[in-house]
Design a protein around this ligand. Structure first.
Ligand code: IPD
Ligand code: CA
Ligand code: CA
Length: 280
């Protein structure tokens, strides 16, 4: 093992320690929330579980890597991003709406970007005791067993997942046309409410693909590493290299990537035609 690989494994252990500790907080507070608030947009919730889980993760990372910068959902950017190439992307509770309603689909997601590239990721779902891990060049696992994407080669035979950002009422670019179009073309499109789990589920072959707009780096950094290491593919909607800050992601088993990319881009036209037919 090279020095760089050993370093990545050390960072992976820190990510793992973080998601397991925060996952215990989510378990403890589940069904016992006292404070549920809206952060800005209607429906964009924050609870004491988000805050407590984040603070535990920040403590762990500060203890192991005091000079690393952080982007955490509830705290924003912390530390000096110019001092070194390391940036941790933290979502202490991905699936807050589910969690606040007592719908047990949520996780903790902790990823590390090095020089802008996602290289380490851990995602823990405390409701299923599922721990997903990945590090660049070192593979991906679910509960320490190697995982692989599915072998499905067509959209027609695929089960997909997507999500809707909190600005969906304010823009016509809200993913409704894409969701309808892909529902029409596939065996189904799910909406789990946790982007990190969506990526993890594509990585372990439960789903063939995932796309979303309005997504943030903390939602996807860990999942991107895990999915790529499981043999999947992650790009922009139009199949160019992924810009983590762009807010758009297309993630698949690789085999349906081209077909899903083309269908996504054609969705607005399809939807307009569909409505015309319905209304006339
Ligand atoms: C949300 C979830 C959801 C996705 C939203 C995210 P949160 O994160 O990942 O699946 O559709 O775009 O904001 O608010 O539960 O951490
Ligand atoms: Ca999130
Ligand atoms: Ca969150």
């Amino acid at each position: 093992m090279t020095f760089d690989q050993q370093n990545l494994l050390n960072f992976l252990d820190i990510a793992t320690e973080s998601v397991l500790a925060a996952g215990a907080v989510l378990e403890d507070l589940y069904g016992k929330l006292k404070a549920i608030a809206e952060k800005g947009r209607p429906g964009d919730l924050v609870t004491e579980a988000d805050k407590k889980a984040e603070s535990i993760i920040l403590d762990i990372i500060a203890r192991h890597c005091p000079d690393h910068a952080i982007l955490a959902e509830e705290s924003g950017y912390l530390g000096d991003q110019t001092a070194n190439p390391y940036l941790w992307a933290i979502d202490p509770l991905d699936g807050t709406t589910n969690y606040a309603h007592g719908y047990p689909v949520a996780c903790v997601s902790v990823g590390l970007m090095i020089a802008g590239i996602p290289q380490v990721g851990a995602i823990y779902n405390p409701f299923r005791q599922e721990l997903f891990r990945g590090a660049k060049g070192l593979g991906a696992t679910l509960n320490r067993r190697p995982i692989r994407v599915s072998q499905t080669t067509s959209l027609e035979k695929s089960l997909l997942v997507s999500g809707f950002a909190y600005d969906r009422r304010e823009t016509l670019d809200n993913n409704y046309a894409e969701f309808c179009h892909l529902t029409h073309l596939t065996q189904g499109v799910r909406r789990s409410g946790s982007a990190a789990l969506d990526l993890a589920d594509v990585a372990c072959g439960r789903l063939e693909g995932y796309w979303e707009r309005g997504i943030k780096a903390w939602d996807i950094v860990a999942g991107v590493v895990i999915l790529e290491e499981a043999g999947g593919m992650v790009t922009s909607y139009d199949n160019h290299s992924l810009d983590i800050q762009s807010g758009r992601i297309l993630a698949t088993n690789g085999l349906i990537h081209q077909e899903l990319s083309q269908s996504l881009l054609y969705s607005a036209d399809w939807f307009t035609g569909f409505l015309d037919k319905k209304l006339n």
